[in-house]
Design a binder for this molecule. Structure first.
Ligand code: HEC
Length: 243
């Protein structure tokens, strides 16, 4: 092959290579390419629990919960109990005591039923005269052995993290229809019961709870007479500091 032929071929190869490199650079310059912080698609999801009503901590507002309870669904729930409990008025005890009228009944007090005894038992729970109110029933049915470690009720409880609370409220609302209608439904908790009224001074020792209408407290530094703050005379001149 002549030198000229070799040069031609070498020129073609070199030229092609240069052209490729040039194209590559040009495309990088034209199309912006950035590294992604997260590979793949990044879907933003709201933090679970931030706004959801999933888990209720603190005092349970039985007034609100029971007002929203579904008695028919509670009747469904009670099928989990019938293997061991009779719910008919005057019905026989089974493995567990008859539960007709259990809401409002003294704990471990039904007839001749032999309740668990000793530390952590239902007999002990009822020893101080406690009755099965909404709160006691809720906690017992949620986790019988958590409420009374020595209980003879061999039942895991109704404690699904998602539906447990609602299921129990429905069930307790149903139990109320079985001879316990006279037990009043609790009133909903007052909003922010724990928070003091705006700007209200903390009540002095032994002082009666002040009315929440912003009644002016006595002159700063004045010692309120015992029992005096309840006097409803906001227009009267301040009794303190006679001239
Ligand atoms: C496997 C049997 C069994 C099942 C299922 C069961 N219980 Fe019981 N239950 C018992 C026994 C036994 C006792 C007595 C416990 C004791 O003496 O400690 C009892 C006691 C009770 C008491 C106390 C009654 C009283 O007179 O003080 C309540 C309330 C109660 N059960 C509710 C329920 C509810 C509601 C369900 C269904 C969600 C249920 N139980 C399911 C066996 C059972």
């Amino acid at each position: 092959m002549s030198d000229l032929g070799f040069n031609k071929i070498a020129f073609c190869v070199l030229g092609t290579g240069l052209a490729l490199i040039g194209l590559n650079e040009a495309s990088h310059a034209m199309f912006h390419h950035s590294e992604h912080e997260f590979p793949g698609y990044y879907v933003e999801v709201e933090e679970a629990g931030a706004a959801g009503p999933a888990v209720v901590e603190g005092p349970r507002d039985y007034g609100l919960l029971l007002a929203a309870a579904d008695i028919a669904k509670g009747e469904e729930q009670h099928k989990k109990c019938v293997q061991c409990h009779n719910f008919d008025q005057g019905g026989a005890d089974l493995q567990g005591p008859n539960l007709y009228g259990v809401l409002g009944r003294k704990i471990a007090s039904h007839g001749v039923f032999k309740y668990s005894t000793g530390a952590g038992s239902l007999t002990e729970k009822g020893a101080d005269g406690s009755v099965w109110d909404f709160e006691h029933l809720d906690h017992f049915i949620e986790r019988p052995k958590g409420y009374a470690p020595a209980t003879a009720m061999n039942f895991a409880g109704i404690n699904s993290r998602i539906t447990g609370l609602q299921d129990r409220m429905n069930l307790i609302a149903y139990l109320r229809t079985l001879g316990s209608e006279s037990v009043p439904l609790p009133a909903p908790l007052p909003p922010q019961a724990a928070a003091p009224a705006d700007g209200a001074a903390p009540p002095a020792d032994g002082a009666a709870v002040p009315p929440a209408d912003g009644a002016a407290p006595a002159a700063p530094g004045a010692t309120p007479a015992p029992g005096a703050p309840a006097a409803p005379a906001p227009t009267a001149p301040a009794p303190a500091a006679p001239h």
